[in-house]
Design a protein around this ligand. Structure first.
Ligand code: OOG
Ligand code: MG
Length: 237
């Protein structure tokens, strides 16, 4: 059952075709869902992808309300998902992608070594971006890509920095890093609790500071986090 569900989600991503929700039929619970997620990432590693970090999801009220799920979840980041800052994302390689403003941490020696503004690209493999908690976990928490802006040493007090998501220079979302677990630095102990050990050099995406916005052809997306700078991407058809 686990491998079959992992295959369904993997093939949905590869073929850019959303699948129907299957959690109820499969009797999926949270532990099984993380097993599906692990099997899904194992398939991708077998194709040559390398894990480069992890992400937290639903760490903010805005996202919990938007998605109707209210528990912190986590998933894997791989080298294939990394979009260079200012780089291009092809919509044709996704199903119905959205972007959300995030904060990224660089992990060294079990601690946070650096921080950067970030954009997460999420792309649920389920029809209409609708899912239950176990379903979104199985789907690697909708993770599809990420952009990390310039790293810098963590300034004092990053618990209430303004966050802006602009599309073509127009403000699409505003928020604060306070929305992320009250202080985004709490992402580290949460990630250790959920995922176990974090490796040196891994990226940790702390979660969105505001609701996600659909990505449309030609859109120029820019996330600015006060004191941390900007990260951007462009969407091509
Ligand atoms: C689930 C992933 C949530 C976040 O930052 O809260 C997430 C989804 O919204 O599809 O990545
Ligand atoms: Mg996210």
């Amino acid at each position: 059952m686990i491998d079959d569900l992992a295959k369904r989600l993997d093939e949905a991503a590869l073929s850019r075709t959303a699948v129907a929700q299957f959690g109820a039929d499969a009797g999926l619970d949270v532990p099984n869902a993380y097993a599906v997620q692990a099997a899904l990432v194992a398939r991708r590693r077998a194709r040559g992808e390398t894990v480069t970090g992890i992400k937290l999801g639903l760490t903010s009220r805005a996202k919990m309300v938007q998605m109707g799920v209210d528990e912190v979840i986590w998933g894997w980041l791989t080298d294939a998902m990394c979009v260079p800052d200012g780089g291009t994302v092809r919509l044709s390689e996704h199903i119905h992608p959205k972007v959300e403003p995030e904060v990224a941490f660089l992990v060294e020696g079990g601690a946070i070594a650096a921080v950067a503004p970030a954009i997460e690209l999420i792309d649920s493999r389920y029809v209409d971006f609708r899912f239950t908690l176990p379903e979104v976990i199985a789907d690697n928490t909708s993770a599809s890509g990420f952009v990390v802006g310039p790293w810098r040493r963590v300034p004092d007090g990053i618990d209430n920095l303004g966050v802006l998501l602009e599309i073509d220079g127009r403000v699409a979302q505003v928020g604060s890093t306070a929305a992320i677990l009250g202080d985004p630095r709490r992402a580290l102990p949460q990630a250790v609790r959920l995922a176990g050990e974090l490796r040196d050099g891994w990226v940790l995406l702390a979660g969105a500071a505001a609701a996600a916005v659909p990505l449309t052809p030609g859109a120029h997306v820019r996330v600015t986090v006060e004191q941390l700078g900007t990260a951007s991407l462009r969407a091509a058809a």
